[in-house]
Every structure is written in C-alpha cells, then in structure tokens.
Design a protein around this ligand. Sequence first.
Ligand SMILES: Cc1ncc(COP(=O)(O)O)c(C=O)c1O
Length: 376
Amino acid sequence: MDLFKVYPLWDIDIVRAEGSYVWDDKGTRYLDMYGGHAVISIGHTHPHYVDTVVNQLKHIGFYSNSVIIDQQRELADKLGELSGKRDYQLFLCNSGAEANENALKLASFHNGKSKVIAMKGAFHGRTSLAVAATDNPNIVAPVNRTDNVIFVPLNDEAALEEAFKNNEISSVIVEAIQGVGGIRIASREFLRKIRSLCDRYNAVYIADEVQCGCGRTGQYYASDWADVHADIYTMAKGLGNGFPIGAIAIAPHIAPKLGMLGTTFGGNHLGCAAAIAVADVMAGDRLIDNAREIGEYLTAELKKLPGVKEVRGRGLMIGIELFEDSAPLRKKLLFDEKIFVGSSGNKNVFRLLPALNVKKEHVDALLAALRKLLTV
Ligand SMILES: Cc1ncc(COP(=O)(O)O)c(C=O)c1O
C-alpha cells in the first residue's frame, strides 16, 4: 500500500532526537527551531517525560471514559495551577481541530445560537466546523461550507461590532497570535473588545491556544496578555510534547450535561501521563519564564539582521518577514546550516517555534547562520 500523498516532504528521515536537536538516518544532527510545528514544548525525549510515559504504559495505557481516570484529575489540577484558571473545567480530546470543534459546539449548546465569528487569516483545523472557521478556501470541502461562519479582519473593532448586530452570534473564535496566518498578533484592545461584545450579546469567547498557548509566549495562554479571560481555551500541540492530546478549559459558568461531549480516546491514561509530565517540567524548570526571556533576546537580535522586513511575535512564537519569498532561505538553513524552521501561510514569513527550554547557545547558532545567509 502506498501513502496518501498530502504532505510536501523534505528528503530527510529523522530517526532520533534529544532536547533541541534531531538526527537523521545518516547521523547528521539538526538544530530544531521549529519544534515539529510548535509541538515540542519541553524538548525531545526529555528524561522525565520518557520515564513517566514508559512507566504509565507498564501499568495501563488505555481504558474508556466509563471509569474514573485519576490522571485526568491530576492533569486538570496542574493545568489549573499553570494557567492560574483554577476554577475552569477540563475536557480532554485528541487534537487541535477536535478541541476547536468541541469548543464551538459547546458554545452553541450553551447559548442555543448558531453563528460563529472567525478572523481573516485564521487557522483552526481541518474537521467540519473548525475548517469552516478557517480562512483558506482550498482546504474547505463543499460538504464543510456553511453560512454559519462570518469572517472579520483581525483587529478591526468596527467590523467585529457590526458582525454582532444580528444577535445570533454564538461564539467568537480567535488566535491571540495567528500561527499559520504568518504570526499576526491580535491587539490587546481587540481581544478586550471581543470580551465586552461577548458579554453584551451572550456569546462565548473562544481562545484558540492550540499553537500560541501552553506557555509559548511567556504566559500560559497568549490571550492573557490582554488581561481578560476567555470563556473557553483550546489546546493541543505543546500540551503533550508530541503525544497526541487536545483539551478545552471551560469557564465555570458553562455547565456540563451528561453525554454533551465525548470521545473514545480523549483523556486516556497514556495521553494524560504525557501531559502531566509536560506540566511538571514546565513548572519545575520555569519554562514559561525561559520562553519569555530567550524570546525577548532572540527577537531583539533578529531585528538587527539585514534583509528582514519585520520581526513579529511574543516569547518563542516568532515570525520573520523577508522582502521576498522565504523558501530559498529556509532551504539553505536546512541543508547547508542544518537548522529546521517553519514556513507559514505567507510565503515571505517563516516561523520559529522551538522548544521552550531552548538555550541561548541554540538561538545564537541560528542567529549566526542567518547573519551569514542574509549578508551574502
Ligand atoms: C491555531 C491552530 N488551531 C488548530 C490547529 C489544528 O490542530 P491539529 O492539527 O492538531 O488538528 C492548528 C494546527 O496547526 C493551529 O495552528
């Protein structure tokens, strides 16, 4: 059987990883400034993570949500501590798209309304409503098309207010920093406006923290930079450091009903063990502070480079916009300098999404390589 070819691939076979490095089958070492697409939060094969997952697997890997799974409670407590939102409720699933799907659905159950406001440039996943709320017609199949989603330009408060006027808005879904969209930051004022309009019109504010969350920007949730609470935070990527797990954190005023949401695999023992290990390392090693500190240093240094139009982002979620297509530079970084970085929906912008415990020596290596390639 052949693979269903949907991914453009680099001709590199990665077989081993440790910290911020990965190795291919020929023994070549690469610096990972991409984190496997913002997924590697505490570094590859972190010893505490490996021990916790292996140990859990020896006891039990999976049982269904028909029984008590202690690890779910432990994870909920730890995420409550890390995020400071101790009174929120946790629902566990398996991916970012699934987290958003559940959030949008839960909002609609909660207020009985059906319209969603999403942002131009947004990416929320590839399942039915998540993809309908994604601003990319190429990945929306005819069956996913719906007039329930209204797109407004990011940071356009007047357009947002206008979209609310029909009073059928169930939820607003927004990335505090658009990832796929090319590292576009939602302004503090815009997020605060979403909060106040959601309050005024009985709508649900959904913060898609799948890429920008889990400590990456120097706060547990990137939306927290606006100093207002969302009603639902969605998470995945960095939550499990590579173990497929997604989650939504739900404000206390949204009440559950038995059978309202559900999934076979979500919240299984193994996935929870992985996410608990991530939370332990994040708290114990102060990785959120490291993300903020190294991110500030890296951003300041990137701004000094020649050939760079703009550097955007927060913490370790950084977009570098060139005056031209970034693909040739990314290719040279990978094949000549052995450094992984990420592309984005904007061809001129490439992304840095390294592990949150990346060290100064790693980012200095990246800066040296960029200095060399951008000055020739
Ligand atoms: C902001 C955001 N939301 C949702 C998703 C979808 O997550 P997943 O690929 O785990 O379904 C992504 C994936 O890149 C994302 O960046």
